[in-house]
Design a protein around this ligand. Structure first.
Ligand code: AP5
Length: 222
């Protein structure tokens, strides 16, 4: 069948569940997941030039300078796998300038998701988050504890997940949110993220399935 790959953006405050939903979206739709947070953390842990530039900003809970992140993201988006399978952009754009950079390059998504979660829930989710450095899987000490003792023993906490830094990340998010949504207002889908991850995914899944169907119809008609 004719297929035009999906192009999806997901946004939301720190710990609103972007990474968690991306895991589920990738499993079902096979998109290439491009998370700027994950890409930057990988650069930091391998001690690259980008990583060295990004490290102090990230650890302080501040945004890494636009030019560093934009170069990294546009390089990743232009790889063959992203063009063939479609992409799921997570954590970018995070400022008005970043949104403008994509517009200039005519990189425009089919749908822009915004996960909406109350502040007090966000703090608890961040402080309880743990990552598995081996599989990249995201856990939570209360909501999603690790499956085995072996996994539990190797889990790590992100240096920017203290209550104080979460508050500063949240403030920066709120300052930028409106100017970014303005760019994508015609394709924006606000999702209530304050439910179990499966319930949140059901909503996202039904929207994406519809968007995919619409794209196929458009190709057939075109
Ligand atoms: P990034 O990694 O993107 O961090 P973030 O936006 O703060 O988002 P998080 O990763 O904290 O949360 P998430 O929404 O993915 O939630 P998760 O699924 O893990 O960025 C980190 C840093 O990199 C930035 O601060 C900045 O310095 C830099 N950076 C990145 N992009 C940049 C850019 N474009 N420009 C400049 N700098 C940039 O879930 C959180 C927790 O909640 C987990 O424990 C999870 O298990 C739990 N949880 C998830 N869903 C649910 C649910 N439905 N119910 C209960 N618990 C849940």
């Amino acid at each position: 069948s004719l297929k035009e790959p999906l192009k999806v953006m997901i946004s939301g405050a720190p710990a609103s569940g972007k990474g968690t939903q991306c895991e589920l979206i990738v499993n079902k739709f096979g998109l290439v997941h491009i998370s700027t947070g994950d890409l930057l953390r990988a650069e930091v842990s391998s001690g690259t030039e980008i990583g060295n530039k990004a490290k102090e900003f990230m650890n302080a809970g501040r945004l890494v300078p636009d030019e560093v992140v934009t170069a990294m993201v546009t390089a990743r988006l232009s790889c063959d796998d992203a063009k063939e399978k479609g992409w799921l952009l997570d954590g970018y754009p995070r400022s008005f300038n970043q949104a403008q950079s994509l517009q200039k390059l005519k990189i425009i998504p089919d749908v822009y998701f915004v996960l909406d979660v109350p502040d007090e829930t966000l703090i608890d989710r961040c402080v309880g988050r743990r990552l598995d450095p081996v599989t990249g899987k995201i856990y939570h000490i209360k909501s999603f504890p690790p499956e085995t003792e072996e996994i539990k023993a190797r889990l790590i906490t992100r240096p920017d997940d203290t209550e104080e830094k979460v508050k500063s990340r949240l403030e920066i998010y709120k300052k930028n949110a409106d100017s970014i949504s303005a760019t994508y207002s015609n394709i924006m889908k606000k999702i209530d993220g304050n439910h179990s991850k499966d319930v949140v995914f059901e909503v996202i899944d039904s929207i994406l399935s519809q968007v995919q169907k619409d794209k196929e119809t458009k190709i057939k008609l075109g």
